[in-house]
Structures are given as structure tokens and as C-alpha cells.
Design a protein around this ligand. Sequence first.
Ligand SMILES: Nc1nc2c(ncn2[C@@H]2O[C@H](COP(=O)(O)OP(=O)(O)OP(=O)(O)O)[C@@H](O)[C@H]2O)c(=O)[nH]1
Length: 554
Amino acid sequence: MKNIGASPCQPDMTALDQEFHFLAYPDHVLLFMLDGDGRCEFVSPSWSLFTGREAVRELGDGWLEHVHADDRERLARGLDEARRARREVRLLFRSRREDGIYRWFVSQGMPRPDGGYAGLCFDVTAYQEGEAEAERAAQHMISLLRQTRLIGVVLDLRGRVQFSNGGLCRLLQCPGAELMDCHLFERHLSAGDRRLLAELYPGGVQSAQFPAEFESELLARDGEARRISWHAMTLRDFSGRTRNTVLIGDDVTELHRAEEKLSLSARIFDASNHAIVVTGLDGSILAVNDAFTSLTGYTREEAVGRNPRILQSGRHDADFYRQMWTTLLESGHWYGDIWDRRKDGSFYPKYLSISVIRNAAGEPTSYSGIFYDISERKTIEERLDRLAHYDTLTGLPNRCLLLDRLEQATGRALRQGGKVGLLYLDLDHFKQVNDTLGHGAGDELLKAAAVRMRSAVRAADTVARLGGDEFVVLIPDAGSDADLARVAEKIVEALAPPYEIEGTTVSAEASVGVAIFPDDGVDIHELMKHADAAMYQVKQGGRGFFRFYHELAG
Ligand SMILES: Nc1nc2c(ncn2[C@@H]2O[C@H](COP(=O)(O)OP(=O)(O)OP(=O)(O)O)[C@@H](O)[C@H]2O)c(=O)[nH]1
């Protein structure tokens, strides 16, 4: 043993290796020196302060006696090997203080130039306990993960599953044992999210910049894709190295779908070529789309905050709007054709569909109106209507429209009392015009005769062409026989004068049979038949005049 002065606790600075002198006194570092045989020849004063024992008791092999029995042999062998090999060593051991408490130390030893060995001991009990605490925390976390409905998984640094809870098993439809040790993301990441692998595990090892929050799409066993929002926490060992990563996941698939639906709705709203307007329950406009502006002429800024009444044409009465609201409030919807007015004052017909928008609780929150211009459709409808109800040559109502109006007139006469007159007309010798002047001339005569008939009766009367040279005049409010006779007379007179057709004078008088509802027929078909019969009698009787059906019967 080297002489280290009057007191073995007081280090002889001249004897200390110069490289350690600045560490001679700090309380938290314990210094020791071993001689060439591995026996302790010096401990720093801090050693005694720490252990509560006199330094002299630590010398020789004394210090080893206080090392924990489980650590002693390993420590002595480690030091001995390092001293002999003349290399540094780092060892962890427990040493007992005089009060009986064991503390954890890390001993860092290095060879001295004179063949001896020098070392520093640090009290790392706090770290060790921290480590145990971290382990306890990890276990606690795992037990929490077991209980939660959230998805919980502990991964090692290569991304392999070390623990997974029921949430993950349910999500992936895999038993926990099957997931154990498998690489979670390599195995379950959807094709669209594969790029994440290289970000999370570049070179197969967890990135130092592993994100604290990220989303990934995982494929379950049946191929269903679920989007998971992850929160990552790293578990570190006492030296600060990452040991494991705990991921807590939330299945946000439905949320994502809802968001996508919402953004889809927003895109549809903007992209729709149908005008869309959303109002609050008070009717004030909350939002309009571009098509609304194109159709109505009102910009978003001009429309928002105002009432859709700005679009009203004034062509519908208050009753129309009252019924619209009643239907809307009762059934949640209203749809139909309606006339509106643009900002520039022009009118246009539109198809409008209004719906009540409700929240998840079913309470109405707003109204949505979708509409589009139906001018073109209206024009086509009108054209079709004309084709179906009017004679193309003369422009007069055809048989279909006549029967319709006749039905209405007789119905009204039945309800209110009153009479309906029906005049059945056939031009006399019309065939001759066709035969002598041609079909074109015949057409001209038919058109001219139509104009004359139309001008011989009132606006409320209907002049219809049944086909060929047959016409019917409907007098919905016929009055007396004398009145009807006057109308028939006027028509005969109107048609009597000759026509000037293509430079030729042509005559085509008319024979007229008159039937009265309800006297001469129980329904419109009988009435038509009897008027025709009366007309036939006129033809037989010489043509060019009129006769009442009841005269035949008489
Ligand atoms: N130009 C023309 N002729 C038509 C049209 N439709 C039918 N006709 C012809 O009209 C004629 C009608 O003939 P009728 O009424 O039977 O003969 P009519 O010469 O008038 O004889 P009465 O009625 O007995 O005086 C036929 O020759 C049809 O071919 C048409 O749209 N244009």
C-alpha cells in the first residue's frame, strides 16, 4: 500500500494522477485507486462522507465487502480483467452504506501509467429507480391500453409488435398472438399509404424523427381499409435511448368519410349547374352558388342576407305561396314549376325543389332550394301541347281539345243550369275545289273559312276543326234557341260569300246542324252525334242552311 500521508482520507495531491486532481473533492463523485495487484490503495474523502465509514476500512479488499453479494463477484472480475488488459471498464453495482441502505453505482475505471488502476464511482440510484419507475409506468400504460376501447400497440425499434390490445385485434380482425412480433405497418399498411414506411422506418429502423402524431390507413383481414389517427410516445432507457414506441390509435374512418362527404357536398354545391340557395329558418339567404348568380343575375354579396322574395315574378298569387309553405312544412319538400324574375326584370319559368334541412336531432335548421331554368322545356311542352290540341293547317282547336272543352262546358251547365250549343258544320262541295284547283287551293280555302268562322263568334266560343272540311262551333253559354239560331245564321252568312283562291273565285257554303245540351243529348258523344245528324239532314235538304236537331225529332 502506498503511503498517502498522515490521514489516509486526505489525498496526497502529489501522489494523485494529475488528470484526477480536479475531481478530488466533489461530494457526488467517489474516487478510488488500485495498486498493480488490484488492491485499493486510496479512496477520496467523498467516499467516507457517502458510506459513513472511515476511509481506512475501504482499503485493500475492504470496499468489496460492502458490495451487494449479487454484484460482488461480477464487479471484482470485471475490474481485474480491465486492469490486467489495461483498458477502460464501466460496471454497475450496488454498495451498502453504513446505515444499511444499498445504492446503485456506476464505476468508470481506467489504467494508470504506473500499472495501477484508477476509477470514479457515480451514484446512479436515481436513474436505476427511474428505470424501474419507467418500467412500472410502461406496465401501467399497457394495462390501461388493455382496458381502453382505443387502439393500443407497443412497437420495438424495428416496428415489430411487442404488445397489442383488443382494439387493434378487433380493427385488424387478427388475434393478438398473430400480431405479436409482426411488423405492424409493413403487414397492414394500405397500398396508398406505403410511402409512410420509409418515413417511419428508414433502413428498417425507427426514425429519430418519428412523428408524435400521424395518420395511416390499415387494411383489416377482410381487406377493409380503416383510417387511424396515431399518437406516438417513446419509452426510453435510463441512458436516454429509445427502447419502445407506444402508439395510441383512434379509428377516424367514419369521421374521414363524413369530412369527405362534406367536402364533396361543398364541391357539388359550387360545381352544380343548378342554382342552389340555402336560407335560414327566418328565410334570409345564407348561401348561393355560382349557378344562382348566372341564372338570377344576383351576386353572392347581393343575395346573402336578403329574402328569396327578391326573385318573385308576381305571376303567382298569395294563395300559391301559402300552399307551397303548407306542403313544405307538412312534408319537408315542395317541388314544381314557378315563374320568377331576374335582377334585370326579365321573367323565366323554373323548376324549383325546396327541402327542409334538419340536424341530427331532426330539428329543422334551414331550407335549401335547387332550381333551374325550364324556358326551353316550356317551349317544347307548349309545342307538344299545340301539336296534341290544335289543327296544324288552320290553327283551330282539334277534336281532342274540342271534346275537352265540351266536357267542361256541359259539366258547368249541369252544375249551374244553362245550355250548351253545338254547331256541326260541313263545307258544301269542297271536294270539287280539291279536284279542280288542287289540294293546295283546298287548304287555302279551309284556312280562309276558319278565319271567317272565328270572326263570326265570340272569344268564349270554340271553333274546332274535326278533320277534312268538318268543323264544330261550341257555344258554352248558349242562351235561348233564338240566340243559337242567330249564331248559326251568322256562320252560314259568313261562309256564304265566294273566296278568291289563287286568282280563282270559289264558293263553299256550309251546312250546319245544331244540337243543344242537355235537351238533345245526355252526354257529349250523343250531342255530337245528334248535331251531325241534323247537319246531314241539311245536306239532304239542299245545303247552305242550318237546322236544329229537335226539329228532326219533331
Ligand atoms: N285540301 C284539303 N282537303 C282535304 C283535307 N282533309 C280532307 N280533305 C278533302 O276534303 C274533302 C271532303 O269531302 P266531302 O265533305 O266528303 O265532300 P264535299 O265535296 O264537301 O261534299 P258535301 O259535304 O256532300 O258537300 C275530301 O275530298 C277530302 O279528301 C285537307 O286537309 N285539305
